[in-house]
Design a protein around this ligand. Structure first.
Ligand code: GDD
Ligand code: MG
Length: 334
């Protein structure tokens, strides 16, 4: 089996810690290890370094090598021009042998329990071997989140695996509410398992342009990719393949998972900082602080304070999605 870690995203929702030079996957949000390092170690738990690949933007090459120095240099595949996850999944999958299993993983999720994660993943690996399908790991949804893909489970093929009836990427709020109320919908965790041959056959059928442009390239031929990639559509694998294929399956995930979308999700996972040694709150409560300095807060509740090298964020929790606007403003200022 090959594991392909997708690490080319450039989100900036974690300002002042993240920016386009240091996106979320390179942040230490929950421990002294970055999210990409945690992802690597999760796979290393049962795999050899030679079988773990990272596909990322050329500009993150040095950062990636620094984070995961023990994998062979050739296991870091470089995209000269990012084109979202469909091309990245295709290039990554091309590293495998014909009938070999490939597991695709986002680099920036929080999954604390390696052993439970592998229990679910093993079921998907077994399923992909047996059924020639595109296997997803489905998370039980808890709110009508519109930033995820929704998987409609159909007929069971074992006690935790189902044939998928439909896949809808990032629905509007009304549709998300309807899905949530039905009971047989899961969130797409973004982790996929397939045989190289099954994946290529499905890409040829449902996303032939990307298939035709990439099928004859070598994942290591960065110069050739530089020529081809500008003409490739920017599209995620969810739209390019999962929504279109009728060979999708879902394994119900039995592990704690978060895609850590913003500072509030970090706070939800870590708890409030009111009792931290370096925090003093007077006449207020429920604050989240990430700073090495001593922080005094007076008369404010439900706020988030983050100190980074290049700035300080102070926001009410309810406004924390606007962090993006600050990143944009700073980008314009240069
Ligand atoms: N190599 C490479 N190249 N990696 C990329 C690129 C690219 O062009 N674009 C994004 N990635 C990486 C990101 O770094 C991340 O690890 C992963 O691919 C997923 O990309 P996101 O941009 O974070 O996707 P999303 O969160 O909007 O949606 C996906 O994940 C959700 C769960 O977190 C979808 O698969 C949804 O269906 C899913 O619910
Ligand atoms: Mg994401």
């Amino acid at each position: 089996m090959k594991a392909i870690i997708l690490a080319g995203g450039s989100g900036e929702r974690f300002w002042p810690l993240s920016n386009s030079k240091t996106p979320k996957q390179f942040l230490k949000l929950f421990s002294d290890k970055t999210l990409i390092r945690e992802t690597y170690e999760r796979m290393r738990y049962k795999m050899e370094p030679k079988d773990i690949f990272i596909i990322t933007s050329e500009r993150y090459q040095q950062l990636t090598m620094k984070e995961i120095p023990e994998i062979p240099k050739d296991n870091i595949i470089l995209e000269p021009i990012p084109r979202n996850t469909a091309p990245a999944c295709m290039i990554g999958t091309l590293t495998a042998q014909d009938d070999e299993i490939v597991t695709i993983l986002p680099a920036d999720h929080y999954i604390p329990d390696k052993s439970k994660f592998w229990d679910t993943l093993s079921k998907a690996i077994q399923g992909a071997q047996e059924f020639d399908g595109l296997f997803t790991l489905g998370i039980t949804p808890t709110r009508p989140e519109t930033g995820y893909g929704y998987i409609e489970a159909g007929k069971p093929i074992s006690n935790s695996t189902y044939k998928v009836n439909s896949f809808k990427e990032k629905p509007d709020p009304e549709t998300a509410k309807t899905f949530l109320s039905k009971g047989n919908f899961y969130w797409n965790s973004g982790i996929f398992v397939w045989k190289k041959s099954t994946f290529l056959e499905q890409m040829k059928k449902h996303s032939s342009d990307i298939y035709n442009k990439l099928i004859n390239i070598s994942p290591w031929d960065t110069d050739n990719l530089r020529k081809i990639m500008p003409s490739i559509e920017k599209i995620s694998i969810d739209y390019a393949l999962l929504e279109r294929s009728d060979k999708v399956y879902v394994v119900k995930a039995d592990f704690t998972w978060s895609d850590v979308g913003n500072w509030v999700s970090v706070r939800e996972l870590q708890g409030y900082s009111d009792n931290d040694e370096n925090v003093e709150v007077i006449n207020g409560k429920n604050v989240f602080v990430k700073s090495d300095k001593f922080v005094g807060i007076i008369g404010l509740s439900n706020i988030i304070v983050v100190e980074g090298e290049n700035g300080i964020l102070i926001t009410k929790e309810e406004n924390s999605q606007d962090v993006r606007k600050i990143s944009e403003k700073l980008k314009k200022m240069g």
